[in-house]
Ligand binder design. Structure first.
Ligand code: GLP
Length: 271
């Protein structure tokens, strides 16, 4: 896991934008995974700005979103599909047919989940998946206790998640109690992962994800075993990391390491 700690939310979004831009332009990734929640909003605003500056083109990019509430149609203002349309998809040149979401009104959650998995596989897998993290350490909607090998599935939302999400609904009883989500195993299959977290209320979850034991009690901890995960967080979210100095030391030292190696090769007559 690569951990990049920035001073504030704005810098987190700017750093994440550069990583997304590299993935799209340098590595030519065509299948991206997006997440909802308030955390990636600043990144989405940066992506929209990048698109308006002519830096990014989404005309041949396909997307999969992590999760969707059960019982809400795509045009419902609280659906994740609507969220993505308002904050990103409606503002860039992505083709509607390239946007993939769980159908929150499916007549069979099993078939819907199987089809989602098949569709991801048929497109060669997700190259870059953006993630946030819940206060209880969940990724997607994979609540504590979910198998770290799970595939797309329906989720009974935990009380903490319902309480956190209530702020978007006018009353508690309107918050859907179930959702469809990519499983932890589905997320682990993504080639690269970019997880963002900001604010002190995420500090416990971030510490458990990065330094805690790998456990179903914090599904984000599975990412410790993912070969290409970058975590970009602000100082507040990093505040409970025990090895913060080490993470900060390692985050940006790739070029420095090569300069050092090159100097050593000179010293020993190899260059
Ligand atoms: C929900 C979403 C997650 C998101 C989490 C945190 O549970 N399913 O994908 O990471 O909320 O949201 P926020 O960024 O608003 O704190």
């Amino acid at each position: 896991m690569k951990v990049i700690v920035k001073d504030n939310e704005k810098q987190v979004a700017e750093t994440a934008y550069l990583l997304v831009k590299d993935a799209i332009i340098d590595r030519q990734y065509k299948v991206l995974g997006f997440a909802t929640g308030s955390t990636p909003l600043a990144l989405y605003a940066e992506i929209v700005k990048g698109f308006q500056r002519g830096e990014l083109d989404f005309s041949d990019i396909s997307t999969f979103n992590l999760d969707e509430y059960l019982g809400l149609p795509p045009e419902h203002p609280m659906s994740y599909r609507f969220f993505m349309e308002s904050n990103l998809f409606g503002k860039i040149n992505i083709k509607p047919s390239n946007i993939h979401f769980f159908d929150g009104l499916t007549d069979s959650v099993e078939a819907e989940c199987d089809d989602y998995e098949d569709l991801i596989a048929s497109m060669g897998g997700i190259k870059l998946q953006i993630l946030g993290i819940g206060r209880d350490g969940h990724i997607g909607f994979n609540e504590p206790g979910t198998s770290l090998e799970s595939r797309s599935h329906y989720v009974t939302l935990a009380k903490e998640t319902l309480a956190d999400n209530q702020r978007f609904f006018s009353k508690a009883s309107d918050v859907p109690r179930w959702a469809l989500s990519m499983g932890v195993g589905t997320i682990m299959d993504c080639q690269e992962i970019l997880l963002l977290a900001t604010g002190e209320k995420k500090a416990d979850a971030v510490a458990a994800m990065i330094e805690g034991p790998i456990s179903t009690m914090c599904t984000a901890s599975a990412l410790q075993n993912h070969p290409a995960t970058t975590v970009v967080i602000d100082k507040a979210a990093a505040s409970k990391l025990k090895r913060l100095d080490y993470w900060m030391q390692t985050a940006d030292d790739y070029n420095e390491m090569y300069d050092y190696l090159l100097a050593a090769r000179h010293r020993y007559g190899l260059e």
